[in-house]
Design a protein around this ligand. Sequence first.
Ligand code: G1P
Length: 298
Amino acid sequence: MAHPVRKAVVPAAGLGTRFLPVTKAQPKEMMPLVDKPAIQYVVEEAVAVGITDILVITGRGKRSLEDHFDRSFELEYYLREAGRLDELEEMKRIADMADIHYVRQGEPKGLGHAVSVAAEHVGDQPFAVLLGDDIMHQDAGVLAGMLDAFGRLGHSVVALKEVPATEISAYGCAAVRPLEGHLVEIEDLVEKPAAQEAPSNLAVMGRYVFGPQIFEVLSETKPGRGGEIQLTDAIKALAEREPVYGWTFRDGRYDVGNKLDYLRATVELALERDDIGPPFRQFLLGRLAKDLGLPPRG
Ligand code: G1P
């Protein structure tokens, strides 16, 4: 890989209150998209761009994340005895694909605080941050494009996507100066502005590539919106000291913390599968035909 980033940080300490009651007794990161938990897509996205040292920032009630990426000897024994060797290999692959480390956030003091907890593990190196609510389709190439930009420019890069004005208040929002292609330079950032106060409709999506300078800025960042230490505020402060770039993209991102987007992601991913895709497509077409009052499909 042509980029210098070897480590990724995955904040996963949130309570998942947008998806209650399913997240009452299980972490939102374990919500399945077809048959894979959301966090596995995120880890695979990092591995696909050559990042295999991953620090997950966890909190209370997140033990199943660690179990998911650990070996399960009883299960492996059972699958071997049953001759289910493909599944056995897949279970081992999940446990072996990355060096995953865990640290607890302690207090839920915001995304900026969660990232600052990674300082010791990351050290004096660049790193990526991947938020587990944002699932990127493998064809979107967002992280690869951001890492390439970081490798060329040597400054932090944030993923940005246009959203309708009615949705901007759910995101960090960037005022930018266009450069070439996907690249823009960030001039200002506001965390979750009201629609009428938003400087643009470019929203921060949950992928970031930072130099280690962000830790110093985070240590000086005061609580912002919601009384939390906001990563967005730290990036704004960083952009006042040195260039910070945005990498804009359009397609291939799902917010799986949002029920409708979660369903969209599930349907898209199911349709792409070789095994269940064709019968699922038939089911959907039949269902639509019924809604449209068309005769049943033969
Ligand atoms: C967080 C960030 C926000 C960003 C969003 C992307 O918000 O604070 O700036 O736009 O992730 O998903 P959250 O979704 O955790 O409220």
